[in-house]
Design a protein around this ligand. Structure first.
Ligand SMILES: C[S@@+](CC[C@H](N)C(=O)[O-])C[C@H]1O[C@@H](n2cnc3c(N)ncnc32)[C@H](O)[C@@H]1O
Length: 360
């Protein structure tokens, strides 16, 4: 069979959402490690372990070509000169790998100054081969694992990812399947039955969170995707506040109601745009719950600077910009004093929040 005879069926809406999020995140990620303001890291490695052939049957771009498209944009702006960038694209199918090579060439994405590592490799072997790179503290890594089902991101793979230095990852899973497996004793102990089936991907995230080494400070965030009756999702992970900040910006761009789903995950019936109305009942429950907690913590004097505020944002899965109204209100009321409106994730020294003492 000639490589081009091989066709993937057209991507559905959920797949396109997943690919858009991956591409938007890659676009945000590249300048963090390649921009001139940063101390130079000698190596950048980008991994797509389930790369596929590069396009669907209608020519829509798959994950590897989207990644290369973002690298191309960045290169055109002169951004790739400073680092040694290697792109690893693996798929167990030989046919898909050779079609991918053709697609890279026909789409003009055989970029100069990049090292390409495009090979037919099954995930378990490819991941083992790359562990050295993942462990390298001198290399920045972005990992995308677009598996079918749930089998490949085992607890061991997950722990390798979270303990790899300077490594952000996104993996996809069929959360409904993981949930159905909750009868398997090892998983049953760990995965809670959510009250609402719409929340199975959150339950899946909690399961992975339970695999984090105890005491480890690590940021994880979910994005749920519904296809028919099944719920799938992306799980994002980063050890760095800047990583989770960028992911949340991308996620809220894709879902302005909850920042975490391509459907009405909290069954609120609020349509995009409606939340611009000032009515309290139009305020998404996720944002209201965050507002209440932030206000409580600030009134109790428990948050002393902008980093503390950001931590609350990340725990609730909201953007740091969401903290602005509550901070402004408490400043107006004279409860706190501060010299900023939105916490800034890039500062090395956080700006303080001063708490006014009340009388006895
Ligand atoms: C969901 S598709 C990935 C699509 C791709 N990310 C894209 O955007 O087009 C899954 C791909 O994984 C490949 N695959 C399935 N099992 C695999 C394994 N164990 N190791 C590596 N690749 C595998 C399949 O050949 C298929 O191309």
């Amino acid at each position: 069979m000639h490589a081009n005879d091989f066709h993937e069926k057209p991507f559905d809406e959920g797949t396109l959402t997943k690919l858009r999020i991956f591409e938007l995140y890659a676009r945000e990620w590249l300048p963090v490690f390649l921009s001139a303001e940063r101390p130079r890291l000698p190596k950048i490695h980008l991994f797509d372990f389930f790369a596929g052939p590069g396009t669907d049957s209608s020519g829509q771009l798959g994950s590897p070509l989207r990644l290369l498209r973002q690298l191309k944009h960045y290169q055109e702006r002169g951004g790739l000169k400073r680092a040694c960038v290697e792109v690893h694209l693996f798929d167990e199918s030989k046919e898909k790998t050779s079609q991918l090579k053709e697609n890279i060439a026909t789409h003009g994405l055989q970029l100069p100054d990049l090292t390409f590592d495009v090979r037919p490799l099954a995930f378990s072997q490819a991941f083992r081969n790359c562990e050295r790179i993942l462990e390298d503290p001198e290399a920045a890594k972005l990992v995308f694992i677009d598996q079918f089902g749930v089998d490949h991101v085992t607890p061991a793979v997950f722990r390798t990812l979270v303990s790899s230095p300077i490594c952000d990852f996104l993996f996809f899973l069929s959360s409904s399947t993981l949930y159905r497996f909750h009868d398997i004793p090892a998983i049953k102990q760990k995965i809670a039955r959510p009250d609402d089936y719409f929340h199975v991907h959150r339950a899946a995230l909690d399961y992975y969170r339970s695999l984090l080494p105890s005491g480890m400070r690590y940021f994880l965030a979910p994005f749920s995707i519904k296809k028919g009756a099944n719920i799938y999702g992306l799980i994002f992970g980063s050890a760095h506040p800047l990583g989770i900040d960028k992911f949340l910006q991308v996620a809220w761009q894709s879902d302005e109601i909850s920042g975490e789903a391509d459907f009405d995950i909290n069954r609120e019936n609020i349509r995009p745009g409606e939340m611009l109305l000032a009515f309290e009942e139009m305020r998404p429950s996720k944002i209201s719950a965050f507002d209440r907690e932030l206000e409580h913590l600030l009134r109790a004097g428990l948050l002393v600077d902008e980093f503390d505020v950001m931590q609350v944002c990340f725990e609730h899965g909201v953007k740091r910009q969401h903290a602005e109204p509550v901070m402004a209100k408490l400043k107006r009321e004279g409860v706190i004093d501060l010299d900023f409106r939105v916490p800034d994730v890039r500062r090395s020294l956080p700006r303080p929040i001063r708490h006014h003492r009340r009388g006895p």
